[in-house]
Design a protein around this ligand. Structure first.
Ligand code: PLP
Length: 372
């Protein structure tokens, strides 16, 4: 059984995807071909942002955002303790310091109270300048943007949305990706909107920012590629990837609806035995992952072993809180104990999930989980 059935999705969309790839190859428009602009326009409209800037990965999307805002030495970037390293890795590389915040025990997203404690602790310490908050739509669940916005406004911080896992999700009727001052997403193949390699995008409503990002993604170009006005990157989105995603984007809302049905079936069957995902009122999750919590680490590991015996793959998103990672040793942690993050990391496991999960496979997974 597949953990995420990318092959089933390909077979459902094969004709359109194959034709799209062929067209790029026939036209030989591999770099910045017309499908890139078409995809950017459709993606921006889908998300509800004025501009989408396609780029080479979610990590590079975040790096472009940090570079465009001049984030670097002496800046504190606040980030949930439970996320993928790329949420803050580029900021750290640019010289800024990540300051981790505990997660909410129900939504698993950044806890606004912990965020506020960390902002105050950084300010009291006086070494770093509070600069930006990265809100991650963790495993597809939108963060608490109303409260985060209130805090970032109060402290004058930039609100960055890391919607790498949140494409297709929404918060009070607004799509993830366009919920912060600026947003990033990833098209890594297993994400809710995935391509056939690496890819990503930045979302902004500002024309000036759009121009700056487009310069940064091509070596800091000025009026042309060979007129360089700033230090930039080679961070373009491949035309083939844009062509692969055009038909996938057309199908995204349909897939998100399917994901709700499949998650609902898991919820109903498993709610008495595990902690099921908590989706806040007024929000729709993209269910980038369907994560359950077991009672404790030992029970979690037993359940995973049983599933593995039955040929059912599971993955832990993620086994290590950020503040425990060697790469971040020595970063400011304040007084936080990160107890919710630690508990989550000990207890979580994700089970096979996609819009193409068959009823039979789902029943088999549920049977094994209930028999443990
Ligand atoms: C996947 C992911 C990224 C990075 O995306 P890549 O395309 O793999 O570089 C960043 N943040 C989060 C939360 C992610 O899940």
């Amino acid at each position: 059984m597949e953990f995420i059935d990318l092959k089933a999705q390909y077979h459902a969309l094969k004709e359109e995807i194959d034709a799209g790839i062929s067209r790029v190859v026939e036209d030989a428009g591999f770099i910045m071909g017309k499908q890139v602009a078409e995809f950017e326009e459709k993606l921006a409209a889908y998300v509800g942002a004025k501009y989408a800037v396609g780029c080479s990965s979610g990590t590079d999307a975040l790096q472009l955002i940090y570079m465009a805002h001049g984030i670097g030495s002496g800046d504190a970037v606040f980030c949930p303790d439970m996320t993928f390293v790329a949420s803050v890795e580029p900021a750290y590389m640019l010289g800024a310091e990540p300051v981790f915040c505990d997660i909410d025990p129900d939504s698993y997203n950044i806890c606004p109270d912990s965020l506020e404690r960390q902002i105050k602790a950084v300010t009291a310490q006086g070494k770093l300048r509070p600069k930006a908050v990265v809100a991650v739509d963790f495993i597809g669940n939108p963060a608490d943007y109303d409260r985060l916005r209130e805090i970032t406004d109060r402290y004058g911080l930039l609100l960055i949305e890391d919607a790498a896992q949140g494409m297709g999700a929404s918060y009070h009727g607004r799509k993830c990706g366009a919920l912060g001052d600026i947003g990033a997403t990833s098209f890594f193949p297993s994400k809710p909107l995935g391509c056939y390699g690496d890819g990503g995008a930045v979302f902004t409503d500002s024309e000036e920012m759009n121009d700056l990002l487009k310069s940064l993604r091509v070596h800091g170009k000025g009026s042309s590629k060979y007129d360089n006005v700033r230090v930039g990157m080679n961070a373009r989105l491949d035309t083939i990837q844009a062509a692969v995603m055009l038909p996938k984007l057309r199908r995204l809302d349909e897939e998100i609806a399917r994901r709700q049905e499949i998650a609902g079936r898991y919820d109903e069957a498993l709610k008495d035995k595990f902690v099921i995902p908590h989706i806040c009122d007024g929000t729709v999750s993209s269910y980038a992952q369907y994560a359950l919590l077991a009672g404790d680490r030992k029970r979690r590991d037993e359940v995973r072993a049983k599933l593995q015996e039955a040929g059912i793959p599971t993955i832990i998103y993620y086994p290590n809180p950020m503040h425990c990672m060697k790469v971040f040793a020595g970063c400011f942690t304040g007084e936080e104990t990160f107890e919710n993050t630690v508990s989550y990391a000990d207890r979580t496991f994700s089970i096979p999930f996609s819009a193409y999960l068959t009823g039979e496979d789902q029943e088999r997974i549920i049977d094994v989980l209930l028999s443990v």
